[in-house]
Design a protein around this ligand. Structure first.
Ligand code: SME
Length: 135
C-alpha cells in the first residue's frame, strides 16, 4: 500500500519535473488503462474534466487504440480532439507498454504552436520506457 502511494507521488513529481524543465510543457499527466478505458492519474496543470476517456476518443484515445505516439502540432486542425483548456495549442501523447501491452500513457499539452521536435518524442518515449519499469 505504502509503496503504491509512493509510486503515485513519484509520478506526480515526474510530471512536475517535466513541466518545470521544459518551458513549452504546460500540462503534464498520466492516464492509465483501467476497465478498458483511460483513467486520469497524477498530473500537473489545470484540472481537466476528462478524467475518463474511452479508447478511440480524442488524441489520448487514438494513441491508446493505435498503440503509438501521437504528435498534434495544432489541435485546432484535429477533429477527434477533447479540449481541456482553450489555451492548449499542441499536444503529444506517448503510450506506456508493459509486457507488450499498453498500460497507460503520458499526455503533454502545450500553449505554444508546433513546439514538439523529434527530440521531444524520443525523450518522452524513453521516459515512458523507464516509467513502465516502475509501475
Ligand atoms: N486533449 C486530450 C484530452 C486530455 S487533456 O489534454 C488533459 C485528447 O484530445 O484526448
Amino acid at each position: 500500500e505504502k509503496i503504491l502511494e509512493r509510486g503515485k507521488d513519484a509520478l506526480g513529481d515526474l510530471c512536475g519535473f517535466l513541466r518545470n524543465h521544459v518551458s513549452y510543457y504546460d500540462w503534464v499527466g498520466f492516464y492509465f488503462v483501467e476497465d478498458g478505458k483511460l483513467k486520469l492519474g497524477p498530473f500537473v496543470g489545470e484540472p481537466t474534466e476528462h478524467v475518463e476517456i474511452p479508447f478511440g476518443v480524442g488524441i489520448c484515445g487514438q494513441a491508446a487504440e493505435r498503440e503509438k505516439t501521437f504528435v498534434v502540432q495544432d489541435v485546432s486542425k484535429e477533429t477527434n480532439y477533447l479540449s481541456c483548456s482553450p489555451k492548449t495549442k499542441a499536444e503529444i501523447v506517448v503510450p506506456i507498454f508493459k509486457d507488450g501491452r499498453i498500460i497507460g500513457e503520458l499526455d503533454i499539452d502545450s500553449h505554444s504552436f508546433s513546439p514538439f521536435s523529434e527530440e521531444d518524442r524520443r525523450f518522452l518515449e524513453k521516459v515512458c520506457e523507464l516509467v513502465s519499469k516502475v509501475v
